[in-house]
Design a protein around this ligand. Structure first.
Ligand code: EPU
Length: 420
Protein backbone atom coordinates (compact mmCIF):
# COMPACT_ATOMS: atom_id res chain seq x y z
CA UNK A 1 0.00 0.00 0.00
CA UNK A 2 1.29 3.46 -0.91
CA UNK A 3 2.59 5.84 1.75
CA UNK A 4 3.25 9.56 1.66
CA UNK A 5 6.42 10.83 3.30
CA UNK A 6 6.52 14.50 4.30
CA UNK A 7 9.76 16.09 5.45
CA UNK A 8 8.83 19.68 4.92
CA UNK A 9 9.88 22.51 7.20
CA UNK A 10 9.95 25.57 5.02
CA UNK A 11 7.50 28.07 3.69
CA UNK A 12 5.37 27.33 0.65
CA UNK A 13 4.78 29.82 -2.11
CA UNK A 14 3.06 30.01 -5.46
CA UNK A 15 -0.20 29.11 -7.14
CA UNK A 16 -2.17 25.86 -7.27
CA UNK A 17 -4.83 25.12 -9.89
CA UNK A 18 -7.92 23.57 -8.33
CA UNK A 19 -9.55 20.52 -9.95
CA UNK A 20 -13.22 19.85 -10.60
CA UNK A 21 -15.31 19.04 -7.52
CA UNK A 22 -15.42 15.36 -6.62
CA UNK A 23 -18.79 15.68 -4.91
CA UNK A 24 -20.29 17.39 -7.97
CA UNK A 25 -18.64 15.12 -10.56
CA UNK A 26 -19.92 11.90 -8.93
CA UNK A 27 -23.67 12.77 -8.95
CA UNK A 28 -23.34 14.31 -12.42
CA UNK A 29 -21.71 11.13 -13.77
CA UNK A 30 -24.52 9.07 -12.23
CA UNK A 31 -27.08 11.62 -13.50
CA UNK A 32 -25.83 10.97 -17.04
CA UNK A 33 -27.74 7.66 -16.77
CA UNK A 34 -30.91 9.74 -17.23
CA UNK A 35 -30.00 11.01 -20.71
CA UNK A 36 -31.08 9.23 -23.87
CA UNK A 37 -28.32 10.87 -25.93
CA UNK A 38 -24.60 11.35 -25.08
CA UNK A 39 -23.41 13.72 -22.36
CA UNK A 40 -19.97 15.41 -22.52
CA UNK A 41 -18.36 16.43 -19.24
CA UNK A 42 -15.31 18.62 -18.65
CA UNK A 43 -13.38 19.49 -15.48
CA UNK A 44 -13.96 15.99 -14.09
CA UNK A 45 -11.11 15.31 -11.62
CA UNK A 46 -8.95 12.21 -12.04
CA UNK A 47 -9.69 10.47 -8.78
CA UNK A 48 -10.21 6.96 -7.54
CA UNK A 49 -13.92 7.66 -6.87
CA UNK A 50 -14.39 8.90 -10.45
CA UNK A 51 -12.74 5.72 -11.79
CA UNK A 52 -15.04 3.65 -9.58
CA UNK A 53 -18.09 5.54 -10.88
CA UNK A 54 -17.03 5.03 -14.50
CA UNK A 55 -16.55 1.33 -13.74
CA UNK A 56 -20.00 1.22 -12.13
CA UNK A 57 -21.92 2.85 -14.98
CA UNK A 58 -19.74 0.97 -17.49
CA UNK A 59 -20.87 -2.31 -15.89
CA UNK A 60 -24.45 -1.24 -16.70
CA UNK A 61 -23.74 -1.01 -20.43
CA UNK A 62 -23.03 2.73 -20.53
CA UNK A 63 -20.29 3.64 -23.03
CA UNK A 64 -17.65 5.94 -21.56
CA UNK A 65 -15.01 7.57 -23.77
CA UNK A 66 -12.35 10.24 -23.28
CA UNK A 67 -11.58 12.81 -25.97
CA UNK A 68 -8.22 14.49 -26.63
CA UNK A 69 -9.02 17.29 -24.14
CA UNK A 70 -9.75 14.66 -21.49
CA UNK A 71 -13.45 15.40 -21.56
CA UNK A 72 -15.59 12.39 -20.74
CA UNK A 73 -18.33 11.35 -23.14
CA UNK A 74 -21.04 9.17 -21.63
CA UNK A 75 -23.55 7.38 -23.80
CA UNK A 76 -26.34 5.83 -21.74
CA UNK A 77 -28.60 5.03 -24.71
CA UNK A 78 -28.07 1.28 -24.21
CA UNK A 79 -28.28 0.47 -20.51
CA UNK A 80 -28.34 -3.32 -20.12
CA UNK A 81 -28.02 -3.82 -16.34
CA UNK A 82 -29.73 -1.89 -13.56
CA UNK A 83 -27.60 -3.23 -10.75
CA UNK A 84 -24.92 -1.67 -8.51
CA UNK A 85 -23.06 -4.66 -7.03
CA UNK A 86 -21.69 -4.86 -3.49
CA UNK A 87 -18.07 -5.00 -4.71
CA UNK A 88 -18.29 -1.44 -6.04
CA UNK A 89 -20.70 0.06 -3.49
CA UNK A 90 -18.52 -1.13 -0.60
CA UNK A 91 -15.60 0.91 -2.01
CA UNK A 92 -17.69 4.02 -2.64
CA UNK A 93 -20.90 4.89 -0.78
CA UNK A 94 -21.84 7.49 -3.40
CA UNK A 95 -22.77 4.54 -5.66
CA UNK A 96 -26.22 4.80 -4.02
CA UNK A 97 -26.73 7.73 -6.41
CA UNK A 98 -27.59 5.36 -9.28
CA UNK A 99 -30.80 4.40 -7.47
CA UNK A 100 -32.77 7.54 -8.41
CA UNK A 101 -31.73 7.70 -12.10
CA UNK A 102 -32.24 3.95 -12.74
CA UNK A 103 -35.63 3.84 -11.05
CA UNK A 104 -36.81 7.02 -12.79
CA UNK A 105 -35.74 5.98 -16.28
CA UNK A 106 -36.22 2.21 -16.25
CA UNK A 107 -38.65 1.57 -13.39
CA UNK A 108 -36.20 -0.80 -11.68
CA UNK A 109 -32.92 -0.80 -9.76
CA UNK A 110 -30.96 -3.16 -7.55
CA UNK A 111 -28.34 -1.39 -5.46
CA UNK A 112 -26.25 -2.85 -2.68
CA UNK A 113 -27.05 -1.18 0.63
CA UNK A 114 -23.97 0.80 1.70
CA UNK A 115 -22.76 -0.18 5.16
CA UNK A 116 -21.44 2.21 7.81
CA UNK A 117 -18.07 3.79 7.26
CA UNK A 118 -15.19 5.30 9.21
CA UNK A 119 -16.98 8.60 9.86
CA UNK A 120 -20.38 7.31 10.93
CA UNK A 121 -23.30 4.94 10.35
CA UNK A 122 -24.56 7.00 7.39
CA UNK A 123 -28.01 5.47 6.77
CA UNK A 124 -29.92 5.95 3.47
CA UNK A 125 -33.46 5.83 4.91
CA UNK A 126 -34.32 9.28 3.50
CA UNK A 127 -33.42 8.18 -0.05
CA UNK A 128 -35.61 5.08 0.30
CA UNK A 129 -38.56 6.75 2.07
CA UNK A 130 -38.62 9.54 -0.55
CA UNK A 131 -38.72 7.11 -3.46
CA UNK A 132 -41.49 5.12 -1.74
CA UNK A 133 -43.44 8.37 -1.42
CA UNK A 134 -43.04 8.72 -5.18
CA UNK A 135 -44.77 5.37 -5.63
CA UNK A 136 -41.79 2.99 -5.81
CA UNK A 137 -41.98 -0.46 -4.19
CA UNK A 138 -38.79 -1.02 -2.28
CA UNK A 139 -37.56 -4.10 -0.46
CA UNK A 140 -34.25 -4.76 1.20
CA UNK A 141 -33.15 -8.34 0.52
CA UNK A 142 -29.77 -9.97 1.14
CA UNK A 143 -28.11 -6.60 1.59
CA UNK A 144 -29.59 -5.14 -1.59
CA UNK A 145 -32.15 -2.38 -2.13
CA UNK A 146 -34.55 -3.72 -4.75
CA UNK A 147 -36.72 -0.96 -6.16
CA UNK A 148 -39.50 -1.12 -8.74
CA UNK A 149 -42.03 1.27 -10.14
CA UNK A 150 -45.16 0.45 -12.15
CA UNK A 151 -44.86 3.03 -14.92
CA UNK A 152 -43.39 6.44 -14.09
CA UNK A 153 -42.74 7.56 -10.52
CA UNK A 154 -45.31 10.03 -9.21
CA UNK A 155 -44.56 13.53 -7.99
CA UNK A 156 -44.71 13.90 -4.19
CA UNK A 157 -44.18 16.39 -1.38
CA UNK A 158 -41.12 15.22 0.56
CA UNK A 159 -39.63 16.68 3.73
CA UNK A 160 -36.08 15.49 4.38
CA UNK A 161 -34.81 15.48 7.96
CA UNK A 162 -31.89 15.87 8.60
CA UNK A 163 -30.55 17.79 5.62
CA UNK A 164 -28.84 15.29 3.32
CA UNK A 165 -26.62 16.04 0.32
CA UNK A 166 -26.81 12.75 -1.57
CA UNK A 167 -30.41 12.22 -0.37
CA UNK A 168 -31.42 15.51 -2.03
CA UNK A 169 -29.46 14.56 -5.16
CA UNK A 170 -30.95 11.07 -5.43
CA UNK A 171 -34.53 12.28 -4.96
CA UNK A 172 -34.00 15.15 -7.40
CA UNK A 173 -32.77 12.66 -10.04
CA UNK A 174 -35.76 10.41 -9.34
CA UNK A 175 -38.17 13.35 -9.62
CA UNK A 176 -36.98 14.80 -12.95
CA UNK A 177 -38.65 11.99 -14.93
CA UNK A 178 -41.65 11.49 -12.59
CA UNK A 179 -45.23 12.26 -13.52
CA UNK A 180 -46.28 15.54 -11.87
CA UNK A 181 -44.61 17.87 -9.43
CA UNK A 182 -42.22 16.89 -6.64
CA UNK A 183 -41.37 19.32 -3.85
CA UNK A 184 -38.21 18.58 -1.88
CA UNK A 185 -38.27 20.46 1.43
CA UNK A 186 -35.32 21.08 3.74
CA UNK A 187 -33.17 20.31 0.70
CA UNK A 188 -29.38 20.51 0.89
CA UNK A 189 -28.07 23.78 -0.60
CA UNK A 190 -24.44 22.74 -1.15
CA UNK A 191 -22.94 24.13 -4.40
CA UNK A 192 -22.52 20.52 -5.58
CA UNK A 193 -26.30 19.94 -5.27
CA UNK A 194 -26.94 23.12 -7.28
CA UNK A 195 -24.39 22.02 -9.89
CA UNK A 196 -26.25 18.74 -10.36
CA UNK A 197 -29.55 20.65 -10.62
CA UNK A 198 -28.09 23.03 -13.24
CA UNK A 199 -26.78 20.04 -15.21
CA UNK A 200 -30.22 18.37 -15.12
CA UNK A 201 -31.93 21.59 -16.25
CA UNK A 202 -29.55 21.77 -19.24
CA UNK A 203 -30.61 18.19 -20.04
CA UNK A 204 -34.24 19.35 -20.20
CA UNK A 205 -35.37 18.95 -16.57
CA UNK A 206 -37.67 21.52 -14.95
CA UNK A 207 -36.33 22.48 -11.53
CA UNK A 208 -36.96 25.71 -9.65
CA UNK A 209 -35.59 26.91 -6.32
CA UNK A 210 -32.01 25.86 -7.15
CA UNK A 211 -29.71 26.97 -4.33
CA UNK A 212 -32.59 27.23 -1.84
CA UNK A 213 -33.93 24.68 0.66
CA UNK A 214 -37.08 24.04 -1.41
CA UNK A 215 -36.66 22.42 -4.80
CA UNK A 216 -39.73 22.16 -7.02
CA UNK A 217 -39.37 19.66 -9.83
CA UNK A 218 -41.90 19.25 -12.60
CA UNK A 219 -41.29 15.85 -14.18
CA UNK A 220 -40.63 15.60 -17.92
CA UNK A 221 -40.85 12.52 -20.17
CA UNK A 222 -37.26 12.40 -21.34
CA UNK A 223 -33.88 14.05 -20.95
CA UNK A 224 -31.22 14.63 -23.61
CA UNK A 225 -27.42 14.87 -23.64
CA UNK A 226 -25.53 18.08 -22.96
CA UNK A 227 -21.98 19.51 -22.73
CA UNK A 228 -21.28 20.44 -19.12
CA UNK A 229 -18.37 21.73 -17.03
CA UNK A 230 -18.18 20.61 -13.39
CA UNK A 231 -17.65 23.34 -10.74
CA UNK A 232 -14.29 23.67 -8.93
CA UNK A 233 -13.63 21.72 -5.74
CA UNK A 234 -14.15 24.12 -2.83
CA UNK A 235 -12.84 21.60 -0.29
CA UNK A 236 -9.64 20.95 -2.24
CA UNK A 237 -9.15 24.73 -2.43
CA UNK A 238 -9.82 25.12 1.30
CA UNK A 239 -7.32 22.35 2.09
CA UNK A 240 -4.47 24.10 0.23
CA UNK A 241 -5.38 27.40 1.89
CA UNK A 242 -5.15 25.62 5.25
CA UNK A 243 -1.69 24.39 4.18
CA UNK A 244 -0.67 28.04 3.69
CA UNK A 245 -2.09 28.89 7.14
CA UNK A 246 -0.23 26.17 9.06
CA UNK A 247 3.07 26.76 7.25
CA UNK A 248 2.77 30.58 7.65
CA UNK A 249 3.03 30.98 3.89
CA UNK A 250 1.36 32.80 1.05
CA UNK A 251 -0.50 30.63 -1.49
CA UNK A 252 -2.97 31.36 -4.26
CA UNK A 253 -5.58 28.84 -5.37
CA UNK A 254 -6.73 29.37 -8.91
CA UNK A 255 -9.76 28.18 -10.95
CA UNK A 256 -11.99 28.33 -7.90
CA UNK A 257 -15.26 30.07 -7.03
CA UNK A 258 -14.64 32.11 -3.82
CA UNK A 259 -18.40 32.45 -3.22
CA UNK A 260 -18.55 28.70 -2.49
CA UNK A 261 -16.09 29.20 0.39
CA UNK A 262 -17.85 32.14 2.09
CA UNK A 263 -17.88 31.07 5.75
CA UNK A 264 -14.60 29.18 5.38
CA UNK A 265 -12.82 32.34 4.21
CA UNK A 266 -14.34 34.26 7.14
CA UNK A 267 -12.89 31.65 9.51
CA UNK A 268 -9.45 31.90 7.86
CA UNK A 269 -9.59 35.67 8.46
CA UNK A 270 -10.63 35.08 12.07
CA UNK A 271 -7.59 32.79 12.35
CA UNK A 272 -5.39 35.76 11.50
CA UNK A 273 -4.86 35.24 7.76
CA UNK A 274 -5.02 37.94 5.13
CA UNK A 275 -7.40 36.62 2.50
CA UNK A 276 -8.00 38.31 -0.84
CA UNK A 277 -10.12 37.10 -3.75
CA UNK A 278 -10.69 37.70 -7.46
CA UNK A 279 -13.56 36.24 -9.45
CA UNK A 280 -11.76 32.90 -9.75
CA UNK A 281 -8.85 32.88 -7.29
CA UNK A 282 -8.16 33.16 -3.57
CA UNK A 283 -4.88 34.23 -1.97
CA UNK A 284 -4.14 33.49 1.67
CA UNK A 285 -1.18 35.23 3.26
CA UNK A 286 -0.07 34.06 6.70
CA UNK A 287 3.54 35.27 6.53
CA UNK A 288 4.68 36.96 9.75
CA UNK A 289 1.18 36.66 11.20
CA UNK A 290 0.04 34.91 14.36
CA UNK A 291 -2.19 31.85 13.89
CA UNK A 292 -5.19 32.44 16.16
CA UNK A 293 -7.59 29.80 17.53
CA UNK A 294 -11.11 29.76 16.04
CA UNK A 295 -14.22 28.03 17.36
CA UNK A 296 -16.05 26.01 14.72
CA UNK A 297 -19.41 24.27 14.50
CA UNK A 298 -20.01 22.17 11.38
CA UNK A 299 -23.41 22.49 9.73
CA UNK A 300 -25.02 22.12 6.29
CA UNK A 301 -24.19 24.77 3.63
CA UNK A 302 -23.99 27.75 3.74
CA UNK A 303 -22.58 27.19 7.25
CA UNK A 304 -19.18 25.64 8.00
CA UNK A 305 -18.61 22.36 6.09
CA UNK A 306 -17.78 19.13 7.89
CA UNK A 307 -15.36 18.43 5.03
CA UNK A 308 -13.14 21.32 6.28
CA UNK A 309 -13.32 20.36 9.95
CA UNK A 310 -10.15 18.24 10.07
CA UNK A 311 -8.11 20.94 8.32
CA UNK A 312 -9.20 23.62 10.83
CA UNK A 313 -8.55 21.22 13.66
CA UNK A 314 -4.86 21.03 12.74
CA UNK A 315 -4.76 24.82 12.37
CA UNK A 316 -6.18 25.16 15.88
CA UNK A 317 -3.72 22.57 17.16
CA UNK A 318 -0.93 24.97 16.18
CA UNK A 319 -2.68 28.22 17.14
CA UNK A 320 -1.84 30.50 20.07
CA UNK A 321 -4.63 29.56 22.47
CA UNK A 322 -7.62 27.32 23.10
CA UNK A 323 -10.56 26.50 20.86
CA UNK A 324 -13.42 24.08 20.37
CA UNK A 325 -14.66 22.31 17.27
CA UNK A 326 -18.13 20.81 17.31
CA UNK A 327 -18.95 18.21 14.65
CA UNK A 328 -22.71 18.03 14.17
CA UNK A 329 -22.98 16.13 10.85
CA UNK A 330 -21.19 12.82 11.43
CA UNK A 331 -20.93 11.01 14.76
CA UNK A 332 -17.40 9.66 14.35
CA UNK A 333 -15.44 12.27 12.45
CA UNK A 334 -12.56 12.81 14.90
CA UNK A 335 -10.49 9.77 13.93
CA UNK A 336 -7.58 12.05 13.00
CA UNK A 337 -7.35 13.33 16.59
CA UNK A 338 -5.61 10.27 18.03
CA UNK A 339 -3.04 10.41 15.20
CA UNK A 340 -2.45 14.14 15.73
CA UNK A 341 -1.95 13.50 19.45
CA UNK A 342 0.81 11.06 18.51
CA UNK A 343 2.46 13.98 16.70
CA UNK A 344 2.32 16.15 19.83
CA UNK A 345 -1.06 17.89 19.53
CA UNK A 346 -3.05 18.65 22.69
CA UNK A 347 -6.66 17.71 21.88
CA UNK A 348 -9.43 16.13 23.95
CA UNK A 349 -12.60 14.80 22.40
CA UNK A 350 -15.73 14.98 24.49
CA UNK A 351 -18.70 13.60 22.53
CA UNK A 352 -19.28 15.84 19.54
CA UNK A 353 -16.74 18.43 20.66
CA UNK A 354 -12.97 18.55 20.35
CA UNK A 355 -11.18 20.86 22.81
CA UNK A 356 -7.87 22.01 21.46
CA UNK A 357 -4.94 23.71 23.17
CA UNK A 358 -2.48 25.09 20.66
CA UNK A 359 1.10 23.78 20.86
CA UNK A 360 4.27 25.39 19.51
CA UNK A 361 5.58 22.33 17.72
CA UNK A 362 4.55 18.99 16.25
CA UNK A 363 6.82 15.99 15.73
CA UNK A 364 6.88 13.72 12.69
CA UNK A 365 5.58 10.18 13.23
CA UNK A 366 4.16 7.30 11.25
CA UNK A 367 0.40 7.90 11.13
CA UNK A 368 -2.63 6.17 9.67
CA UNK A 369 -5.12 7.84 7.33
CA UNK A 370 -8.69 6.83 8.22
CA UNK A 371 -10.85 8.82 5.81
CA UNK A 372 -10.34 11.39 3.11
CA UNK A 373 -10.40 14.63 5.11
CA UNK A 374 -8.68 13.07 8.14
CA UNK A 375 -5.81 12.16 5.80
CA UNK A 376 -5.64 15.75 4.58
CA UNK A 377 -5.18 16.98 8.16
CA UNK A 378 -2.32 14.50 8.70
CA UNK A 379 -0.55 15.82 5.61
CA UNK A 380 -0.99 19.39 6.86
CA UNK A 381 0.46 18.32 10.21
CA UNK A 382 3.38 16.69 8.38
CA UNK A 383 4.12 19.96 6.57
CA UNK A 384 4.99 21.66 9.88
CA UNK A 385 6.23 18.78 12.03
CA UNK A 386 9.92 18.36 12.75
CA UNK A 387 11.25 15.11 11.31
CA UNK A 388 9.56 12.84 8.81
CA UNK A 389 5.85 12.10 8.84
CA UNK A 390 4.77 8.94 7.06
CA UNK A 391 1.07 8.82 6.19
CA UNK A 392 -0.07 5.23 5.68
CA UNK A 393 -3.20 4.16 3.76
CA UNK A 394 -2.87 6.93 1.21
CA UNK A 395 -5.67 5.42 -0.87
CA UNK A 396 -8.04 7.55 1.20
CA UNK A 397 -6.35 10.70 -0.13
CA UNK A 398 -6.38 9.42 -3.72
CA UNK A 399 -10.17 9.23 -3.56
CA UNK A 400 -10.49 12.99 -3.28
CA UNK A 401 -7.30 14.95 -4.04
CA UNK A 402 -6.07 14.95 -7.64
CA UNK A 403 -2.27 14.90 -8.07
CA UNK A 404 -1.70 15.93 -4.48
CA UNK A 405 2.09 15.46 -4.44
CA UNK A 406 2.53 17.29 -7.77
CA UNK A 407 0.42 20.20 -6.58
CA UNK A 408 2.36 20.45 -3.31
CA UNK A 409 5.73 20.12 -5.15
CA UNK A 410 4.78 23.06 -7.33
CA UNK A 411 4.60 25.31 -4.27
CA UNK A 412 7.81 23.96 -2.74
CA UNK A 413 6.62 21.28 -0.29
CA UNK A 414 8.76 18.22 0.38
CA UNK A 415 6.36 15.35 0.03
CA UNK A 416 6.83 12.11 -1.85
CA UNK A 417 5.15 8.77 -2.35
CA UNK A 418 6.54 5.36 -1.44
CA UNK A 419 4.99 2.57 -3.46
CA UNK A 420 5.23 -1.00 -2.12
N1 EPU B 1 -28.60 10.89 6.95
C1 EPU B 1 -29.63 10.15 7.45
N2 EPU B 1 -30.42 9.45 6.56
C2 EPU B 1 -30.20 9.48 5.22
C3 EPU B 1 -29.14 10.25 4.71
C4 EPU B 1 -28.34 10.96 5.61
O1 EPU B 1 -29.86 10.09 8.65
O2 EPU B 1 -30.94 8.82 4.48
C5 EPU B 1 -27.72 11.65 7.89
C6 EPU B 1 -26.27 11.15 7.86
O3 EPU B 1 -26.08 10.03 8.67
C7 EPU B 1 -25.52 12.37 8.37
C8 EPU B 1 -26.36 13.54 7.82
O4 EPU B 1 -27.62 12.97 7.45
O5 EPU B 1 -25.54 12.41 9.76
C9 EPU B 1 -25.79 14.22 6.60
O6 EPU B 1 -25.32 13.26 5.67
P1 EPU B 1 -25.41 13.48 4.10
O7 EPU B 1 -26.42 12.54 3.55
O8 EPU B 1 -25.57 14.93 3.80
O9 EPU B 1 -23.97 13.02 3.63
P2 EPU B 1 -23.66 12.31 2.27
O10 EPU B 1 -24.58 12.81 1.25
O11 EPU B 1 -23.53 10.84 2.48
C10 EPU B 1 -22.03 14.11 1.29
C11 EPU B 1 -20.61 14.15 0.82
C12 EPU B 1 -19.69 14.05 2.02
C13 EPU B 1 -19.97 15.22 2.95
C14 EPU B 1 -21.44 15.23 3.36
C15 EPU B 1 -21.85 16.41 4.20
C16 EPU B 1 -20.78 13.20 -1.40
C17 EPU B 1 -20.49 12.07 -2.32
N3 EPU B 1 -20.40 13.05 -0.12
O12 EPU B 1 -22.20 12.87 1.97
O13 EPU B 1 -18.36 14.14 1.52
O14 EPU B 1 -19.17 15.13 4.10
O15 EPU B 1 -22.27 15.21 2.17
O16 EPU B 1 -21.60 17.59 3.53
O17 EPU B 1 -21.32 14.21 -1.82
C18 EPU B 1 -16.04 13.83 1.56
O18 EPU B 1 -15.98 14.37 0.44
O19 EPU B 1 -15.00 13.61 2.25
C19 EPU B 1 -17.33 13.46 2.13
C20 EPU B 1 -17.47 12.59 3.12
Amino acid sequence: MDKLVIDNRGELSGTIDISGAKNAALPILMGSLLAETPVKLSNVPHLMDVTTTIQLIGSMGVEVMFDEELRIEIDASNVTSKEAPYDLVKTMRASILVLGPLLARFGEAKVSLPGGCAIGSRPVNIHIDGMEKMGAEIEVENGYIIARSEGRLKGADILMEPVTVTGTENLMMAAVLAEGVTTLRNAAREPEVSDLATFLVKMGAKISGIGTDTLVIEGVERLHGVDYEVIPDRIEAGTYLAAAAVTKSKLTVNKVNPIHLGVVLDKFREAGAKVTTTANSITLDMRDRELLPVDIVTDPYPLFPTDMQAQFLIMNALASGESTIKETIFENRFMHVSELIRMGADIKVDGKTARIKGVKELYGAPVMATDLRASASLILAGLVASGDTVVNRVYHIDRGYELIEEKFHKVGAHIYRLTD
